[in-house]
Design a protein around this ligand. Structure first.
Ligand SMILES: [Zn+2]
Length: 304
């Protein structure tokens, strides 16, 4: 792994398109590279989209990414779901919504509690079936296969954007499904925390296997962990502008992990006030992007 061929890649960065990828580390036979331009971490090569589609449809609900069933899983992400409800409320959005990748329905449940009307689309047969039994409208498949008769005021991604392999197709589909000035809102892990933590834990030695970091570096499911700059560059190329970014709450698990998550969340509240988007212990962020009519590619997004 220490030869010159594998320590850098000539592929352009998924986010900013610069050719500045260097090996960050390997896990389970997959390799994450880091972009020297925007700091985004990404798998090179990307997993095959067709193979992943089959895995999501048939086996993901029982895969080793999150083995918890709907009860435990939905309770663990309740704080994150609340952060997304807050983002919708801040922007006055209460209906005409689509959640992409509804999972076990944690966000759909919470939105219903808040009187927010939302439907979903979910590729996992098992997870979609659970949502339907809970009374939610959830379409089978993915954003790209959805044939919606109306345009939405917002599309929402809760811990989904880091799973994508075909970002261009997803964002084009999002634009097509959104009404003018519609919002794309995403809660997702971001790159500073795994970059910082995986460097410290490995004493700076990139030949050592990457730590999982509580499912943040979890191939093949997590394909790209975007930086904030990387998200702005990618979405900027597809006709979205960054409206706001907020620090995301931690997931809440039981036992010692849960205690560590609570402590980190309190530390992060202070760090966010002091260092803002440069705070390296923020595990994730909530992005609020707004669709703009001008789709002219930005200078930032041009290939170098
Ligand atoms: Zn980049």
């Amino acid at each position: 792994m220490q030869d010159a061929i594998t320590t850098s890649s000539n592929d352009p960065c998924v986010a900013c398109r610069r050719r500045a990828l260097t090996l960050f580390g390997a896990r389970r036979g997959y390799r994450y590279y880091r972009c020297g331009g925007c700091g985004t971490l990404q798998l090179v090569p990307m997993p095959d989209p067709e193979a992943l589609r089959r895995d999501y449809a048939e086996g993901y609900a029982r895969a080793d990414h999150w083995q918890q069933g709907p009860g435990l899983r939905n309770a663990a992400v309740r704080g994150q779901s609340q952060a997304l409800v807050d983002a919708l409320t801040r922007n006055g959005i209460r209906s005409n919504l689509l959640e992409v990748g509804s999972g076990w329905g944690a966000l759909l449940d919470l939105m219903r509690e808040h009187g927010i009307d939302c439907e979903g689309v979910e590729p996992s047969c098992e997870m979609r079936a659970h949502c339907v039994t809970q009374g939610h409208t959830v379409h089978a498949g993915t954003l790209e296969t959805l044939d919606a008769p109306l345009r939405y005021d917002a599309v929402v991604f809760s811990s989904v954007f880091e799973h994508l392999v075909e970002h261009e197709r997803c964002l084009e589909a999002s634009r097509a499904l959104l009404a003018p000035n519609g919002f794309l809102i995403s809660l997702q892990p971001t790159a500073l925390f795994p970059t910082f933590a995986a460097t410290v834990i490995r004493f700076g030695m990139r030949r050592l296997p990457l730590p999982q970091l509580h499912h943040v570096l979890c191939p093949p499911w997590h394909t790209v962990i975007f930086s904030i700059d990387g998200m702005s560059a990618l979405l900027g190329r597809h006709g979205f502008r960054l409206h706001a970014v907020h620090i995301a709450p931690q997931q809440r698990d039981a036992g010692l992990t849960g205690i560590a998550q609570r402590v980190l969340e309190r530390v992060n509240r202070v760090g966010w006030r002091v260092a803002g988007v440069r705070w390296p212990l923020a595990v994730g962020h909530v992005f609020e992007f707004q669709k703009v009519d001008d789709t002219t590619p930005t200078q930032e997004g041009s290939e170098i």
